[in-house]
Design a protein around this ligand. Structure first.
Ligand SMILES: NC(=O)C1=CN([C@@H]2O[C@H](COP(=O)(O)OP(=O)(O)OC[C@H]3O[C@@H](n4cnc5c(N)ncnc54)[C@H](O)[C@@H]3O)[C@@H](O)[C@H]2O)C=CC1
Ligand SMILES: N[C@@H](CC=O)C(=O)O
Ligand code: NA
Length: 432
């Protein structure tokens, strides 16, 4: 247990969008944080990649170092904050921090979803905390509610908008008609996007968060490769218009479900959701996560999901918690993976679909298309024709069906002479 008379020593790894805000609060609000922790806190080092870059921070120059490994290995640290991102060197630094006796706070969802097991095992062995509230949905408290508040309940479903960048882009496309690239540039300028924004727009970031959420919700280990992933790069202005025509909006959703036989599925993809659904009104870089559980029913967590200051808020909350644990000589909850749920592929997921089919504008088309759906046991809810002649299109919305059955339907449609192409297939979520 640390000597209560000495300050708790904190090291910060990475001083980019999030790290800068964390350093600003750790230094500017040190007195208030000390009151909350119950002991003084001291930022003893900041690891950066390059020396001499001008940083808008009022901290002594000698705190900065380009030798992150030497910083974590000094052996007298209480808390190491990792906000570098990516797999390496972040993983090696976190493991070294734990081995050297520090507790760790990280915002690194990519690493947790790729190799969380190694980090948890190291934290367990070192008897230190590993906290990561900022890794999922930025400022929104969702990791703690799932791991603590709902620990006595059975969570059955988590449905969320967990990527600020893609929500910002889709929102701009549907409300101002902005182009994809302009909206992405703006999201990068505002500090929402990952260092490589492909992680956002191709759904990797949301998939990492889905893996973490599913693991926490269902007490089972879920790897990022278990998560079905589709990004938003194929979402067109026509999809956004089609959604509006059925009173819906397009959102990138992360969906984690516990099936009736105990099977777990996790998927990330764009989907249409009705305007009346609370997730439809989540704008800009905001995130929201719905949790359904047997006892509590429906819970919704909403707030800023990205950006320096909101993410720093979650990081600092964790810092205060683990610092309190250090003082008390205790640890918080570790990983709970007692359940051995089967993780099922996307083909077994069940949902509704919106399918736009380019067809010849002639008698018999409707019945041929309907037969393709019926042959795969996919029931049609509505069908309407858009355009005429060369522009004729049938737009079908289905009842709930298995993903594999829908895929087989699309293959069959593509083989029909009267079908010129299937121009869009999008899942429809949030319908009662
Ligand atoms: N920006 C956001 O809205 C959010 C970010 N996060 C996560 O927080 C972490 C940091 O994100 P950002 O601050 O946005 O990224 P960033 O790219 O702005 O900052 C990362 C910093 O780490 C530095 N760095 C790279 N290698 C280093 C090394 N070997 N030693 C020391 N510093 C090194 C880079 O130079 C950069 O300044 C990532 O894991 C990210 O996924 C989580 C939630 C929201
Ligand atoms: N790039 C991420 C940042 C937070 O996790 C996002 O856009 O949500
Ligand atoms: Na969070």
């Amino acid at each position: 247990m640390p000597d209560p008379r000495r300050p708790l020593r904190i090291a910060l790894l990475g001083c980019g969008v999030v790290g800068t805000e964390v350093a600003r609060v750790l230094t500017g609000d040190a007195d208030e944080l000390a009151q909350r922790v119950g002991a003084p806190i001291e930022l003893v080092g900041i690891a950066v990649r390059r020396e001499g870059r001008r940083r808008d921070l009022d901290v002594p120059d000698d705190l900065f170092t380009t030798d992150a490994m030497a910083l974590v290995a000094r052996g007298d640290l209480d808390v190491v904050i990792e906000v570098i991102g990516g797999i390496e060197p972040a993983r090696g630094l976190i493991l070294a921090a734990l081995e050297n006796g520090a507790s760790v706070v990280t915002a690194n969802k990519a690493l947790l979803a790729e190799d969380g097991a190694t980090l948890y095992e190291a934290a367990e062995k070192a008897e230190r905390d590993l906290y990561y509230e900022a890794a999922v949905a930025g400022a929104i408290p969702i990791v703690r509610p799932l791991s603590d508040s709902l620990a006595g309940d059975r969570v059955t479903r988590v449905l969320g908008i967990v990527n600020g960048t893609t929500n910002f882009i889709l929102d701009a496309m549907s409300t101002t008609g902005a182009g994809f690239n302009d909206a992405l540039d703006e999201a990068q300028r505002l500090g929402y996007a990952e260092a490589d924004p492909t992680a956002d727009v191709e759904g990797f970031d949301a998939a990492a968060k889905a893996a973490i959420l599913a693991g926490l919700a269902f007490h089972t280990r879920v790897h990022i490769s278990d998560v079905h992933r589709e990004g938003i790069t194929d979402v067109t202005a026509a999809d956004v218009r089609s959604a509006a025509e059925i009173g819906s909006v397009v959102k990138l959703l992360a969906i984690c479900e516990l099936g009736p036989s105990g099977e777990v599925s996790a998927r990330v993809h764009p989907a249409m959701i009705p305007d009346s659904h609370p997730l439809a009104s989540v704008r800009g870089a905001y995130n929201a996560v719905f949790v359904e559980s047997e006892g509590a029913g429906q819970l919704m967590f909403y707030g800023p999901g990205a950006g320096g200051a909101p993410t720093a808020s979650a990081v600092l909350g964790d810092v205060v918690s683990v610092a309190r644990h250090r003082l008390a000589g205790v640890r918080g909850a570790g990983e709970t993976v007692h359940a051995q749920h089967e993780i099922v592929p996307i083909g077994r997921a069940r949902t509704r679909y919106h399918v736009a089919i380019d067809v010849d504008d002639r008698p018999g088309v409707l019945s041929a298309v309907a037969q393709a759906f019926a042959a795969n046991d996919v029931s049609i809810k509505t069908v309407r024709q858009e355009g005429h002649g060369d522009d004729a299109q049938l737009v079908v919305v289905t009842h709930e069906a298995e993903d594999a059955a829908l895929s087989a339907t699309i293959d069959r449609l593509r083989d029909l002479d009267m079908v010129r192409g299937v121009s869009s297939v999008m899942r429809v979520e949030g319908v009662a």
